[in-house]
Design a protein around this ligand. Structure first.
Ligand SMILES: CC(C)(C)CCc1c(C(=O)O)[nH]c(=O)[nH]c1=O
Length: 310
């Protein structure tokens, strides 16, 4: 069995990446990932200036997954750009950089700096970044998304990707696919970000479990697998010339296989990585190998995108 993947000019010896935001905020965390079984690594979404993020507790796990309202704690884009400058791109694993500006101007300033640096990295622009007051996140505002991508494409002259929030309506799949189809610079889409604004309740305490937003937070883990798989399959169908990165609910070789079957080129692991640590990546990789052997597949291309319908 060969797990190798080559896409958008990068070579990975297996399709597993950390989800942006998990175990990737500091150089120490990124180095631990680089020494793990990950096929590639991605940095925590960065902003123009460093941010402390929201007051804790801001993450909690449950039997079925996680809830978080971290509030974009990060060291600022210069820190991650510096890490990328010193990174051994030649011999190391591919490095992806996540960007999540607090405004259009911040996104453009960061993307222009990344363009100037001309590093062999892939940028994943987080469309869950905040919009103007009174407007939903960028990813749920189709005009704002189109405007942002058009402006970014002018200052960042190489292919880049977007991290998408989950959509739940065929009309929305179509509208967002049209926006992305109209932007030739988009080489990949990552589906999905956490399902926004869920509420987890601690029954004993009769209380919420995280402090920000009176307990509201992005949901990850087992809860989101069906939604993640639907978004992967729907965007892979609508954007045949672009890659889809699958993210959401991957905790074993089984869900990794499902995401790839649904059309994902490679996959990202979030909640499971947060809870189990980087050793989960070797476990998931091995489980994927065994599953492929059981099914008689030799490479990922033998089954990628071949989900049967009835
Ligand atoms: C939700 C935002 C804070 C606007 C973006 C950063 C982010 C966060 C976060 O930093 O709270 N958590 C997620 O699950 N997904 C995200 O994209």
């Amino acid at each position: 069995v060969d797990l190798a993947v080559a896409w958008l000019g990068i070579q990975m010896d297996n399709p597993l990446i950390n989800a942006s935001g998990v175990m990737c905020r500091t150089v120490e965390e990124l180095e631990a990932l680089r020494h793990s079984a990950a096929g590639a690594l991605i940095t925590k979404s960065c902003t123009l200036e460093p941010r402390k993020g929201n007051p804790e507790p801001r993450y909690a796990s449950t039997a079925l997954g996680s809830i978080n309202s971290m509030g974009l704690p990060n060291a600022g884009y210069r820190y991650y750009l510096d890490y990328a400058r010193r990174y051994d791109h030649e011999h190391g694993k591919p490095l992806l950089m996540s960007v999540s500006g607090m405004s259009l101007e911040d996104n453009l300033e960061m993307m222009a700096a990344f363009d100037e640096a001309a590093l062999p990295v892939l940028v994943e622009l987080n469309l869950s970044c905040p919009n103007l007051p009174g407007k939903p996140q960028i990813g749920y505002d189709f005009e704002a998304s189109a405007r942002l991508l058009a402006e970014v494409s002018k200052v960042y002259r190489r292919p880049f990707g977007v991290k998408l929030p989950p959509y739940f309506d065929p009309v929305h799949f179509g509208e967002m696919a049209d926006v992305l189809d109209g932007c030739p610079s988009i080489g990949f889409v990552t589906c999905i970000n956490s399902i926004g604004n869920g509420l987890v309740i601690d029954l004993e305490r009769e209380s919420v479990v995280i402090r920000p937003k009176d307990g509201l937070g992005g949901i990850g883990g087992d809860y989101v697998l069906p939604t993640a798989l639907a978004n992967v399959r729907e965007f892979a169908r609508r954007l045949p010339g672009r890659h889809v990165i699958g993210c959401g609910g991957i905790r074993s070789g089984r869900e990794a296989f499902m995401h790839i079957l649904a059309g994902a080129t490679v996959v990202q692991v979030g909640t499971c990585l947060y809870e189990e640590g980087p050793a989960c990546l070797a476990r998931i990789r091995d489980e994927l190998v065994y599953l492929m052997q059981d099914k008689g597949y030799r490479t990922l291309t033998d089954f990628r995108g071949r989900l049967r319908t009835l």
